[in-house]
Design a protein around this ligand. Structure first.
Ligand SMILES: [Zn+2]
Length: 207
């Protein structure tokens, strides 16, 4: 599937398990779900031929910056957690995350990074960097693998085993991708409204 679809479905999946009425949980879901939704495609080098990879990465950076600014403004907890827990553990997490993306960038598309082994390793890195993001990152990553496994082009889900996993239902750039993008975006809007509704009503009630 294409980057925007992975991001939309990743965030929607994360919002589905987020807590209602918590800005911190909302921010963690948006940041974790968007990064988890797209990180498996770090095995694509952005170029003229792969503009989608570049657009996806810029989108995720933009989404994460806006969400973390919201968190900072409302003192919702994610920024405070990261700053309050800075230390050797964070350095190890960032080093592991960087190493995994580096290795991923030097492997063939849909192999190592599209495996359960890589998903577990990336989740370990996120656990060390910012534990509250972990469940949202994990479900975003899982949504990526589920979407890609529906394609004709297989993924190496059980890497290093040479088992090709594919349901062969659709193409990565076809109609199903467009449908999933719309479904993901609509789900994001509805779930965001549902998760944040109690905050809006309590704010109204305060005046
Ligand atoms: Zn992929």
């Amino acid at each position: 599937m294409m980057s925007k679809t992975h991001i939309a479905v990743g965030v929607a999946s994360a919002l589905a398990i987020a807590h209602t009425g918590s800005v911190g949980s909302f921010v963690a879901a948006v940041v974790g779900g968007s990064i988890g939704g797209i990180i498996a495609d770090c095995d694509i080098t952005p170029s003229r031929a792969h503009k989608d990879a570049l657009i996806g990465r810029l989108l995720v950076v933009g989404i994460a910056v806006v969400a973390l600014a919201l968190d900072y403004y409302y003192s919702a907890g994610v920024c405070d957690f990261i700053v309050g827990n800075l230390g050797m553990r964070t350095i190890m997490g960032v080093a592991l995350f960087t190493a995994l993306t580096f290795v991923g960038g030097h492997t063939d598309h849909r192999t190592f990074t599209h495996s359960l082994v890589a998903m577990a390793a990336f989740c370990g890195a996120i656990y060390l960097i910012c534990q509250p993001l972990l469940p949202y990152f994990a479900i975003g990553y899982a949504s990526h693998l589920v979407l890609d496994i529906t394609n004709h082009q297989s993924i190496r889900l059980f890497w290093p085993a040479r088992i090709e996993a594919s349901l062969g239902l659709c193409r990565a750039k076809g109609t199903v991708n467009s449908i999933m993008l719309v479904v993901g975006l609509v789900a994001c809007v509805l779930l965001a409204a549902y998760r944040l509704a109690p905050l809006a009503s309590s704010a109204v009630g305060a005046f």
